[in-house]
Design a protein around this ligand. Sequence first.
Ligand SMILES: [Fe+2]
Length: 398
Amino acid sequence: MTYYTHLGQIPHKRHTQFRQPDGTLYHEELIGNQGFAGNHSLVYHLRPPTEIAQVNVIGVTRLTYEESEALRPRHFRTAEAGGDANCQVDAIASRIPLLSNADVTLAIAHPNKPMTYWYRFAHGDELLFIHQGKGRLESQLGELHYRSGDYLMIPAGILWRLIPERGVAQIHLSLEASGHIRTPQQYLSPQGQFLEQAPYCERDIRPPERLLTHDEIGVFEVRVKARGSLTQYCYTHHPLDVVGWDGSVWPYAFNIKDFEPITGRVHQPPSVHQTFAGPNFVVCSFVPRLFDYHPQGIPAPYNHANVDSDEVIYYVEGHFMSRKGIERGSITFHPSGLSHGPHPGTYEASIGKSRTEELAVMIDTFRPLRVTTQASAIEDVDYVYSWLPLKSRKLTLQ
Ligand SMILES: [Fe+2]
């Protein structure tokens, strides 16, 4: 995170005596990035966060990938990856991994029950896009209500769980990053304040609303995903026992509808839609906006080659101007090594249109993504041929 805030009680001076009503000390913990050289928060617990009573490996978290496949544009219909609606699954267990590399794993999830344990991904930040749903994120730094269209940024090192609102259907897109997901540097002053030209600013970011301080003894389960395994830790006190914290590392919500689009007289490149910067990837938000206003302008994008990146677009709502055959929850995947562009007819058809209602999230990765077996199972296999102008699609090469 880029700005400082605080919640609850904290001592005037860091690393000094801060006592509970019974005279014992609170237990200070620093949660920081890049060792002690990055952003951090100081957290004050009722009890030490280090008291592990039992540890068990739950299982390995290795992904399974499709066998070597021809490099091609891909289309995955994630609405078909919902699983059994009668099966009760939480926000972690319901994740279906679709695309992955060493920097990021993308998954779709349709959770329908609360997590009964607290969770931490040890290697980096997590970004959830709440396509549909409503509920609460509980974390050591407090409670945060989420709603449809929210990005939920959860920093590494913080224990959390998700409590979906009962009876409200949920669709989440999750990005698990091997590193930190930040505000793009070009939006910030050297001191870290959002600049005037940034498409969103501090006022659009929702920090935790109130602390959840549990003074409880018992058996409490924490699951940590790290180094290819999921491990269960049992603690003898409630992990959400924080009485106060301050700093610049905290979970937050940012709603995609608060992203103010940057438009121009001619077509603007996707970089104006950038919302987050991850390790070797970017996240962009395509939101309803006015189209280009040059009298000869063409609103649809020109063809382009992803020389240095794989492009993934998750389609949220509305009609996407440049693509046909796309549905709500579709993911298109255009790998580096191939050119891509608007579908036949859409380039010409976009001329004269004044606005678009499209809502989509794009993830561009700078290292190649691999396709999981779960993604292969929901693929629209004809997508690769959908740029041919005629219905007779597959040709025999001479
Ligand atoms: Fe593109």
